[in-house]
Ligand binder design. Structure first.
Ligand SMILES: Nc1ncnc2c1ncn2[C@@H]1O[C@H](COP(=O)(O)OP(=O)(O)OP(=O)(O)O)[C@@H](O)[C@H]1O
Length: 369
């Protein structure tokens, strides 16, 4: 990744409306050369529209898009998709069914000698470990293999940017994990700038060098996976990353009073100030206790872990992730202890209180890949 050079991809104040729907709302972002920028958000938030605007399959109403410092859309310019030097991979592979795998991969290779095309196709199929299947047709491949062909086809013409739209969402869970790992290695190997769209938070955190969380056409927050997870700027971002609950707390000179006990975490707020505290399932532990005021409402056995849904006396529901060796039945009375091992993020009026966040106890990760 090269953050010092001109960005490989740049969007400036991009807006796209469909009638009254503002699908993309004044989005500005930049991706560095070699960076994998993941766009994540709920269904309908505008992810695919953003990707289609970059690809040239749609046109924004306002703003401009640059690829390798050249305007491709905006300010009276529109470069057609085939001249943008972008590679596209969609969820449904979009392979040509009547062509062999080799011919599919060769599809975008224009103006080259036959020998050169053959060499490049072979190189690409080797890269995705499918050279031995070059003469097969798409229907003779598994879903994962087809998606690897789609990737090879997108990369064959050496695009400046790779655009991926939910590429693994039609694969089963095991294959999806394997494909994510393979893509991660591949992107590192070829150092291509990647714009990756997904609604899957786990996929976003795993694959992104940075992650942009989108809500109703706007970017709520953009940062490293660790930043968006540990330092969510808004309630929306905090809630997006799974099983999040907020409990209320009150600032004191020594820490925070909460319905789950006292937290020795100081905020620079006046004593008595009310906050909402972000609590994730790994921040608390449950212990069976007949005198406990809380009880297990649901036992979600997941193999390696158990996700408990716990009803608190206040009527609030919280979650606790426990090892598979501790299985308690629904209805069990429990004591709940909050000991996160790091500062918890606190919110006022939907926004994080600025002097907490990453907090004590969370180590900085360098060179995450
Ligand atoms: N061609 C279109 N005409 C009218 N409205 C559209 C069109 N394309 C998208 N929209 C609307 O724009 C909004 C953003 O759609 P988009 O497909 O970008 O969302 P998304 O985040 O990719 O969703 P998903 O995860 O479900 O694919 C939605 O409200 C959608 O209904």
């Amino acid at each position: 990744m090269n953050f010092s050079a001109e960005p490989a991809l740049q969007l400036q104040n991009v807006t796209r409306r469909y009638g009254k729907v503002v699908a993309v709302n004044n989005v500005s972002l930049a991706a560095a050369q070699g960076e994998c920028l993941v766009i994540v958000g709920p269904s309908g938030c505008g992810k695919t529209t953003l990707l289609r605007l970059i690809a040239g399959l749609d046109v924004q109403d306002e703003g401009s898009i640059k690829i390798q410092n050249r305007i491709v859309s905006g300010k009276g310019v529109f470069v057609p998709p085939e001249k943008r030097r972008v590679g596209l991979v969609f969820q449904d592979y979009a392979l040509f069914p009547h062509m062999t795998i080799a011919r599919n991969v060769a599809f975008g290779l224009h103006g080259r000698s036959k020998a050169d095309v053959q060499r490049r196709v072979y190189e690409m199929l080797e890269m995705v470990h499918l050279a031995h299947m070059a003469d097969r047709y798409p229907h003779e491949l598994s879903g994962g293999e087809r998606q690897r062909v789609a990737l090879a086809r997108a990369l064959a013409p050496q695009p400046d940017i790779l655009l991926l739209d939910e590429p693994f969402s039609s694969l089963d869970a095991g294959l999806r994990t394997a494909m994510r790992e393979q893509l991660q290695s591949l992107l590192k190997e070829i150092n291509i700038t990647t714009f990756f769209v997904t609604h899957d938070q786990e996929e976003a955190l795993l694959l992104g060098n940075r992650v942009a969380v989108v809500n109703q056409g706007r970017i709520e927050q953009i940062g490293t996976p660790e930043q968006v997870f540990h330092q969510p700027a808004t309630h929306f971002v905090a809630e997006f990353f799974g099983y999040t609950v907020f409990i209320s707390g009150r600032a004191t000179a020594d820490g925070l009073e909460t319905e789950l006990g006292f937290l020795p975490q100081r905020l620079s707020l006046d004593s008595g100030a009310e906050v909402n505290i972000l609590v994730r399932p790994d921040d608390l532990t449950v212990y069976p206790d007949e005198t406990g005021q809380a009880y297990i409402a649901r036992t979600g056995f997941q193999g390696m872990h158990c996700m408990y849904q716990i009803a608190l006396p206040s009527g609030r529901t919280i979650y606790s992730l426990m090892p598979h060796t501790r299985i308690y039945a629904p209805g069990t009375r429990v004591r709940v202890e909050l000991h996160p091992g790091h500062d918890l993020v606190c919110f006022r009026n939907g926004r994080a209180v600025t002097d907490v966040g990453r907090g004590e106890g969370v180590e900085e990760i360098e060179n995450r890949r």
